[in-house]
Ligand binder design. Structure first.
Ligand SMILES: [Zn+2]
Length: 339
């Protein structure tokens, strides 16, 4: 028989949803209590517990509307399992510019620390209240580059010592059924601090990071990818009825630490004009851009692809000094044809 569940003192009976807020007192200088608002859905049948949040990086709100389309009218009576959704960084949500200056390291403090600095205390509140001993799966929604296809970041087997293949494979499955055009697979340890995703995986909880197109907020096509992705995952986990819908093609790209592996660099300073666009597939030696001199307005360098791959990013600022990166080309590990 399905039981009631309680999150931060808020109880939802079987087939019910409830709203609440995790309160962190004694945190802010002016004495205000910081509140992390959340919704908890308790299904009427047993199933996995899915936790998701959006905009831990304050301005990365792009997935919110997609999530709303799935959760706003979700009837918990039709749900198997449970869902918790929260706004993880409420200060940043209201004041992104202030937040980003103040504490840029929110996604590098692992699972936080109740006695640590501000960000560590907030991340600890997510972990203790929403994930630890509760969630079976985690989706940490972010926003990626402007104009880039949506991608889902996750790690491969053997990247983090001590993590079972089962946990890694479950995350990979989530990443695949999310149905973004790109899967971006971490193939070697990240270094330089622990992400929330990585720390969940380390603790045996499959977790992914979808990165939405940051071109403009709530572009309809991107909203639909986010909503479809979330729904696909819930269908695949047996939480709701439905059909998984995937794009015709998905590319699996290899993520590596060393940026030199991906970067196309100019040898001469000048102004960069790309001859390819994001999402193009290129071969080693293909002409991918030029550099011209703003003094003579003459072309001074032809840039070619240094390897076969997928054009993953293109620099937004065309003004380039020698040795700058003008674009990233990522190795394609696999192409999934979905029909
Ligand atoms: Zn981010």
């Amino acid at each position: 028989m399905k039981k009631s569940i309680t999150v931060a003192g808020v109880t939802a009976g079987p087939g019910q949803k409830a709203y609440g807020a995790v309160a962190i007192p004694d945190l802010l200088a002016d004495g205000q209590i910081l509140e992390i608002p959340f919704i908890v859905f308790n299904g009427s049948k047993d199933g996995p517990w899915l936790y998701m949040h959006v905009a831990q990086h304050a301005s990365e709100v792009h997935a919110l509307e997609g999530i709303r389309r799935v959760l706003a009218n979700l009837d918990p009576k039709t749900l198997s399992g449970a869902i918790t959704f929260c706004l993880p960084n409420p200060l940043g949500f209201s004041f992104p510019a202030c937040w980003e200056v103040m504490t840029p390291q929110m996604n590098r403090v692992g699972l936080g620390d109740p006695n640590g600095i501000l960000t560590e205390r907030i991340v600890d509140a997510w972990w203790v209240n929403f994930v630890k001993g509760k969630a079976d799966y985690v989706i940490d929604f972010h926003t990626g580059r402007r104009g880039s296809p949506v991608w889902v970041f996750y790690e491969g087997r053997g990247v983090t010592a001590g993590v079972s293949a089962e946990v890694v494979d479950k995350a990979e499955r989530m990443a695949r059924v999310f149905g973004a055009e790109l899967l971006y697979k971490e193939m070697e340890p990240y270094g330089g601090g622990n992400t929330f995703r990585g720390s969940c995986v380390k603790n045996g909880i499959p977790a992914i990071v979808p990165e939405l197109d940051g071109h403009s907020i709530f572009v309809e096509s991107v909203v639909q990818i986010a909503a479809r992705g979330l729904k696909n995952i819930m269908v695949d986990l047996g939480m709701i009825e439905g059909k998984i819908e995937l794009p015709p093609k998905q590319y699996l790209l290899k993520w590596v630490v060393d940026e030199r592996v991906s970067a196309v660099r100019n040898n001469k300073g000048g102004v960069f004009i790309p001859l390819v666009k994001m999402g193009d597939i290129v071969k080693k030696g293909d002409k991918v851009g030029i550099i011209y001199s703003p003094r003579t307005l003459q072309e001074i360098e032809t840039l070619t692809a240094h390897k076969n791959g997928y054009v993953f990013s293109i620099a937004e600022n065309p003004v380039k000094n020698a040795g700058d990166s003008v674009m990233e080309i990522e190795e394609i590990l696999e192409v999934f044809e979905n029909r």
